[in-house]
Design a binder for this molecule. Structure first.
Ligand code: ATP
Length: 299
């Protein structure tokens, strides 16, 4: 049972800029008020569309001074690579990835994208380069169109339709008399978990960031829906640097690289096959969990 605060779950919606005049303002304010104290550094400049090479160099971080969570993490990720992060619950996977959009500031060390220190970029331009898909989808009580265009209000009708198609939302849209203009949320049509996920995916297709962070769901979806969502996610990941907090067997096995995180740091990394052959921690986690339904590395 996760009782502690989950940074990605709570704050990811802030990644997108607030769409003026659209319902959901209060929710946005709430999120803003819980935002940690991170600001633009003097001299920070706006970066354009980055390539997505990522480097963690000696990164240490703790939520409080007397309790370090990450200790001197070194990790290089090439643009376009898919990396799955696995490891015991509480090891710091979510924490590590929440440093990339600068939800928190590193205590020491540095993080670079395309060789640029995150602190030398404006927050807004950094976050325009990162898309986050998580279990809890942030929807506000507007139309499906507004929810997709959230964060990119200049999007054309064609852009929005293309994003919806790529996220496999077309079936749903065809069923709704008002299509894209259907109001969702408390005062409108209730969407299922899978439909919300698709909407979140459409949002990111539209945003088109070079870097993707996926906080995978552990369960909640039926097998068929999960497989369909996985297809959309695979397509979304294509050509982007993709960092996955992995729970699903499929993701873990297909990742170009698996990074095993423990409270002591990065224990192992390699492909699924290489790590199994190594017969270390990954092998143990895998053996312990194999056959469990749903597959989960959180032992
Ligand atoms: P899981 O697989 O369960 O998601 P994880 O590997 O992603 O775990 P984190 O969520 O990064 O682990 O948590 C790492 C440690 O940091 C845990 O001990 C957790 O209690 C602590 N932690 C996480 N978020 C906060 C926070 N906002 N404030 C204080 N401590 C936190």
């Amino acid at each position: 049972v996760t009782v502690f605060y989950r940074p990605l779950d709570k704050i990811a919606a802030m990644m997108e800029s607030y769409p003026k005049g659209i319902a959901g303002f209060r929710r946005y304010q709430e999120l803003l008020e819980t935002a940690p104290d991170v600001a633009d550094h003097p001299g920070a400049r706006a970066v354009g569309h980055l390539k997505g090479d990522i480097r963690f160099a000696g990164v240490s971080f703790g939520y409080s001074e007397n309790r370090p969570i990450l200790k001197g993490i070194n990790l290089d990720i090439r643009a376009g690579e898919t990396v799955a992060f696995v490891g015991p619950s509480g090891a710091g996977k979510t924490t590590l990835l929440s440093l990339l959009p600068r939800f928190y500031e590193v205590d020491s060390g540095s993080i670079h994208i395309d060789g640029i220190d995150l602190r030398d970029m404006t927050l807004a331009s950094l976050r325009r380069n990162i898309g986050i898909v998580q279990q809890d989808v942030f929807l506000f009580g507007g139309s499906i169109r507004e929810n997709i265009a959230y964060g990119r209000l200049d999007a054309s009708e064609d852009d929005i339709r293309l994003a919806a198609r790529r996220a496999r939302l077309e079936g749903l849209l065809a069923e709704l008399p008002e299509g894209l203009d259907t109001i969702v949320g408390e005062r409108g049509v209730k969407l299922s978990g899978g439909q919300k996920q698709r909407l979140a995916i459409a949002r990111i297709f539209l945003k088109d960031p070079p870097i993707l962070i996926l906080d995978e769901a552990t369960s909640a979806l039926d097998t068929h829906t999960e497989r369909e969502i996985q297809k959309s996610l695979d397509e979304l990941a294509r050509g982007r640097t993709t960092l996955v907090i992995a729970h699903r067997l499929a993701t873990i096995q297909n990742a170009g690289r698996i990074v095993v995180v423990t409270t002591d740091g990065i224990a192992e990394q390699g492909t699924h096959e290489a790590l199994l052959a190594q017969r270390g921690l990954y092998h143990r986690l895998h053996t312990a969990q194999f056959g469990a339904d749903p597959f989960s590395m959180d032992a």
